[in-house]
Ligand binder design. Structure first.
Ligand code: NAG
Length: 258
């Protein structure tokens, strides 16, 4: 890649010296290089309380954290307005590489959908779909997402402004504002349809390609919320553990320690 760019610059320089190419050509090439780079990372955080408004299940490994968790972490291409998926990558998924951060993954990269799932499947699918296109090594990809999650502290951001998971209705603008107060950028707030009202479901954050810095989203996806959303409570006892025990034949499921 770097070598390709250097070669390209060199040949452009030579062409320029020869005065053989019209200005428009350079403009086009520069624009292409820039477009190619116009990629950012997209962190989707999920509120478990919204999942549990339908049946939700305890994962095989035990209780996740009572907090927002990572739903996905994608490289997003502005020029096509889509996540980049299934890139060629020589690093195939290896759960052993995630040993140092497995506990954090269980807490903050959970999957509480029914039927119950093993975290390994969730992380493997995340790596195979999106991680391989992130430009990061496997451990770095998951670590970066967890660090961003910690840095964002979405639940803290909300509670600092008096927005709590207490079944109350909160204005969508206030939710966005609260997140901005802590993180400094505008989030995208997504809602789920309920029987009477919309429920707070996901909060998206855009991240620079350094995988460290939150940025304003280059393009805001359409919001699925109306003026206000219900912030539903979430507690671990809401997770159906019968289903997990049946699916995995495990006798005791202990809460995982932080
Ligand atoms: C939990 O899951 C089991 C097995 O799928 C199901 O039979 C049971 O009705 C569920 N319990 C609740 C409270 O949803």
């Amino acid at each position: 890649m770097a070598r390709g760019t250097i070669l390209l610059c060199l040949s452009l320089g030579l062409l320029a010296a020869a005065n053989a190419v019209p200005f428009d050509f350079y403009y086009l090439v520069l624009k292409l290089i820039k477009l190619k780079r116009w990629i950012y990372l997209f962190l989707c955080t999920q509120w478990p309380g919204s999942i549990c408004s339908d049946p939700c299940c305890m994962p095989k490994y035990g209780y996740p954290s009572e907090d927002f968790y990572i739903e996905s972490f994608q490289a997003f291409d502005v020029s096509i307005n889509k996540p980049i998926v299934r890139c060629r990558n020589s690093e195939s998924f290896d759960i052993k590489k995630l040993d140092p951060i497995e506990n954090s993954l269980k807490h903050y990269w959970s999957n509480i959908n029914c039927p119950p799932t093993d975290g390994v499947d969730t992380w493997k699918s995340a790596w195979n779909s999106y991680g391989v296109c992130s430009g990061l090594k496997q451990l770095d990809y998951f670590e970066a997402a967890l660090d961003l999650m910690k840095k964002a502290g979405v639940l803290v951001a909300l509670s600092e402004q008096g927005i709590n998971a207490d079944m109350d209705m909160y204005s969508t603008e206030k939710i966005k504002w609260a997140v901005r107060q802590r993180i400094g950028v505008e989030p995208v707030v997504q809602c789920k349809d309920g029987p009477f009202v919309k429920r707070l479901d996901k909060i998206y954050l855009c991240v620079d390609t350094d995988a460290k810095t939150f940025i304003e989203c280059p393009k805001l996806p359409a919001t699925t919320c109306t003026e206000a959303a219900c912030f539903q409570p979430f507690h671990n006892w809401m997770l159906n553990s019968t289903a997990a025990a049946a699916a995995f034949d495990s006798k005791i499921l202990l809460p995982t320690d932080i």
